[in-house]
Ligand binder design. Structure first.
Ligand code: UDP
Ligand code: MG
Length: 209
């Protein structure tokens, strides 16, 4: 096989993503179950640690100084009210995406620092998209059954917004390769590379099975 093919295959097979079990997942004792699902998919955990995150780390993790990211968060909040024909202004006293996004971002910091989290780097074929699929939709009621969020969380974004807290959805995983790279650098900046072969890799990628 030529060098270019080898590089493409290596890039796809060895893709890395960053994920974390959020405070509600840890305190509800779902750490083992979530790790089990990742491992059973065939993906490989190459770094793992429990951390009590501080505000500074969460502010670096979620790009709260990026206005377009805050606005996107605000849009998600606004749409959950309009979907139910509710006037967000009546409940939150605000109705523009930047203000709503800022309030969700503040709530997110409180949520993510409220208890320990479990941070992981996961490696394997299309790892970024694969772990997003295992996680399910951001909003628990839209997450399919069989996904981590669909099976174990039931929160409502409207209720969460009115109560001034973040949606409790158990699990974070990077949305893009670039986001994964940034998050891996942030949370595992001091780690040495760990490399090992998972039993089964020969079978998963063999020509004869
Ligand atoms: N979030 C929230 N309210 C919202 C939208 C998002 O509390 O209206 C929280 C939720 O915990 C979510 C996190 O913010 O997981 C980050 O939002 P993002 O849009 O990046 O979703 P994710 O990538 O986690 O699916
Ligand atoms: Mg996200």
């Amino acid at each position: 096989m030529n060098t270019q093919n080898n590089l493409v295959i290596k890039g796809i097979k060895n893709q890395r993503t960053y994920c974390m079990i959020k405070p509600d997942g840890v305190v509800r004792g779902l750490t083992g179950e979530i790790i089990r699902r990742i491992e059973l998919s065939g993906l490989k955990i190459v770094a793992l640690k429990m951390v009590k995150a501080n505000k500074d780390m969460i502010l670096k993790h979620y790009p709260v100084s990026d206005q377009s990211w805050v606005d996107k968060l605000g849009d998600k909040g606004l749409s959950t009210f309009s979907d139910l024909d509710l006037d967000i202004n009546e409940f939150l006293g605000m109705n523009n995406k930047s203000e709503v996004g800022k309030s969700v971002a503040d709530a997110l910091v409180d949520y993510m620092t409220s208890a320990p989290i479990v941070c992981m780097i996961v490696e394997g074929v299309q790892a970024v998209d694969m772990v997003r699929k295992l996680a399910g939709h951001t909003l628990p009621f839209k997450a399919d059954m069989g996904t981590i969020r669909g099976d174990f969380s039931v929160d409502s974004p409207v209720v969460a917004n009115i109560e001034g807290r973040a949606i409790h959805n158990l699990f974070h995983t990077s949305e893009t390769i670039q986001e994964a790279q940034n998050e891996i650098n942030l949370w595992f900046s001091d780690s040495n590379e760990i490399n090992y072969t998972r039993a089964g890799e020969d079978i998963m990628y063999s020509k004869t099975y």
